[in-house]
Design a protein around this ligand. Sequence first.
Ligand SMILES: Cc1cc2nc3c(=O)[nH]c(=O)nc-3n(C[C@H](O)[C@H](O)[C@H](O)COP(=O)(O)O)c2cc1C
Length: 498
Amino acid sequence: MLDSWFYVSLKYMVLMFVFFIGMAILVIVFLYIIDKTQTRHTIRRNFPVIGRFRWIFEHLGEFFRQYFFAGDREELPFNRAQRTWVYKAAKNNNNTVAFGSTRNLDRRGAMIFLNCPFPVMKKDAVEADKLLIGPYAKQPYKSPSFFNISAMSFGALSMPAIQSLSHGAKKAGIWMNTGEGGISPYHLEGGCDIVYQFGTAKYGARNSEGGFDFDKLKEIGQIPQVKMIELKMAQGAKPGKGGILPAAKVTEEIANIRGIPAGEASISPNRHPEIKNVTQLLDMVNKIRDASGLPVGFKMVMGGDDWLHELFTEIHQRGIESAPDFITLDSGDGGTGAAPQSLMDDVGMVIKESLPMLVDLRNEYGLKDRVRIMTSGKLITPAEVAWALCAGADFINNARGFLFSLGCIQALKCNKNTCPTGITTHDPDLHQGLVVENKTKRVANFAKSMVKEVGVIAHACGVTEPRALKRSHVRMVFSNSISKPLNVLFPDKKSQYD
Ligand SMILES: Cc1cc2nc3c(=O)[nH]c(=O)nc-3n(C[C@H](O)[C@H](O)[C@H](O)COP(=O)(O)O)c2cc1C
């Protein structure tokens, strides 16, 4: 009885095996014919069937490299050591490491902070000063934190991502920039301070012709949470190109908030049509400040600096109250939801060079206390933030660090609607893993840990608070392990206006 059952099972298994082998051969023959006869792909036509593995491995390679092959300090835009620091900070895990640094301090561009023989003791440490922004605006802003959330729109980011950032920002006492997609209810629901950004399409304050609606702007200025307005001229990842939101991400709700048709790609003009010189830029800054009553600044990426000389000269001609209240300097290697690769890779200076340049120019024109400088660009670990403070930034904005705190795994899919962590997709199935309550805590932990550890660097350098860090506190390696202090590479310039 048992024997006959065994032989019947074996017979079926053999039949199934033959069936599957037969099917596999049929599929291979079928694919062979398709590959051989198609005319679009060279490799598939020359190497039918096996040529297809190239695409499969190319896709899987992304994952294999990240998990198995890449060293801790190898990947771009952010290596594993940087990401791990953020993940641990966000989870409030022990952020100490053992045995010794894996960082190559001989590498060109490495920074070395100059410790003081008599570090500041914990009891003598103080919090960073609160800086006033926009002294001539009707409602100036005294910002509680030097580390804040950089512009990312509802559209580029999902609803739960924006909600988590909003609640997390409130918990940490930092501000959140709306990005250029307008203000959504999700930005406001956490109760944090908001910087309203508009880009070339003026989402959120747009009239039917796509120009500025100053009445809407007035309404925005009356929302108590909105503390400042940022006019976006350029973004590091795509200077000279406006916002790009792929059609798959333009849902009904996002389309309503932006005032555009749903399901169609949202492409903004590549410049503000009404701003084509520094005079028009200053006019616009002043009109917006008058209409909203809020401090107003602009976001830019450094290319040439002649126009900045013109701008600062014209500010002095008009009177310093006409100046923008802040300038946000983005780095050429900044992030984005979507950008053309040539702009992302090759256009716009990085802040390692452009930040000291901009700070020097502003100071040369005697505008240090009038125009605050904010900066962003891969400042996701305490050392990088401390460097930017040494270079002269008043505020540090961070985008992708906060995405890591939300659980981003650097899958590089922000331009699709398929982000596996639910952060940059509007697919509700993928939102399930992004639990707002939990991510709120991580966003807040990341911000607080950052501020605390920048303080640790400041105290090691012998100053009581992060904003007291100066260029003389950091050396930059420029070749063969030879470094120079930042104040030698970029010496302070005297101002003719002081
Ligand atoms: C998903 C995503 C969306 C972004 N959206 C905007 C935007 O709407 N407006 C803007 O000025 N910058 C935008 N940025 C750029 C960031 O605000 C920031 O300037 C840049 O990423 C550099 O900072 P980081 O290195 O801390 O990410 C976006 C960046 C990312 C990653």
